[in-house]
Design a protein around this ligand. Sequence first.
Ligand code: BGC
Length: 447
Amino acid sequence: MDLGGTNFRVCSIKLHGDTTFSLTQSKVAIPRELMVAKTSQELFSFLAKQIESFLKQHHNDHFEGFHQKREAGQDLTDEHFFKLGFTFSFPVNQIGINKGHLIRWTKGFDIADAIGKDVCALLQAEIDALHLPVKVAALVNDTVGTLMARSYTSPGKTGTLLGGIFGTGTNGAYVEKLDKVTKLKKMEVKGDFDSTTGNMIINTEWGSFDNEMSVLPNTPYDDALDKESNNPGIQMFEKRVSGMFLGEILRRAILAMIKDGKTELFSDESSKTNDVHSTCTIADDSPLYKQWGLDTSFLSIAHGDQSQGYRITRQALSKDLGVDAASSEDAEAIKIITEAIGKRSARLSAVAIGAVIIATGNLTLTAGEAVDDEHKQLIEEEVVDVGVDGSLVEYYPGFEQYVRDALREIEGIGEKGEKRIRIGIAKDGSGVGAALIALVAGGIDGP
Ligand code: BGC
């Protein structure tokens, strides 16, 4: 199951063992009130109930069989339980494969009593309260899932270096040599991990890069967005990059232009004459006046608009934002601001991707330094493989191209390096990756 974006998903996955898989899923939007519930129990019991209805709908034979056995007092062993991979995409201090304490919430979630608790235990308690045949076998960040899924689904041998999410939030996870993970020696609670491969997957939580704002670009709109968010001063990189925030930056920029009479946005002469009898109007209840009222999907529409007179953007202004009879100049202005916001997001994303590639020395490694055989093959083929997922990479026009343009400008990557970077979508990565990890963590027995 997957918690951490706009939707909550429960899926069951059959891995065919040949890079392919089949997936059955149910998806619900997380009710906003649960994101800021008074107690974590409210959220986790909702999640457990979703698992219950999923099992009833898609695995009813097993579900019923399990309950009959339980009621008859029969012994229930591991193979009676589904192994659950729990993709929980928030910063966690992970101390075991199915154990991790929540450090802080992000992306609009805010439930104080969960901080510091083991999120797997919170979930298992609610699953057990409903007597479901499910054991939480693995705790997985969505970036780690993406990295795993990309490695599984890419044809041929792949030693994927980095899994990145550019969706509601942003983050990346990559493969590091164990002896470079100095934090392990300093950890107060010693983690439980398998050291046989000599590698460790690092969840960078780059969304909180430069919270002190020493290098990140800043505008009055970023500042105001941050101050009025429920986690001011945190996730400063994410607040300039990811889907949850881009719409809000645009909304604030538009409002500032409307207030500043000099720009004539939505009030220039042509918007008055453009549509013979109409004057541009903004509805009193326009989402433009509400915090988070402007969805990032609007940016994708405006940014990609090639229609004559920006008809598509004008339609979206009317339908989504209650701005009627905007002129083509108005729409063009919106498109220009949108491009600036989208391009900045993509270029910052390139900074994060480029940083991992440079820090791991992947463009300069020799075969002898590879972390494993698959990696060695990639080094020989001169490819650095990156798996990505999320609404920006999937739907934002030209996102990858902007990332690539910026990668070429980074010292240490350049044109030659950029060509060697292979970026591929790992669709549903967080679900498939969690299943892969649950499988490995829980052993192969099970329904
Ligand atoms: C979270 C990360 C997550 C990312 C993408 C961020 O807000 O802190 O853990 O990977 O969003 O979902």
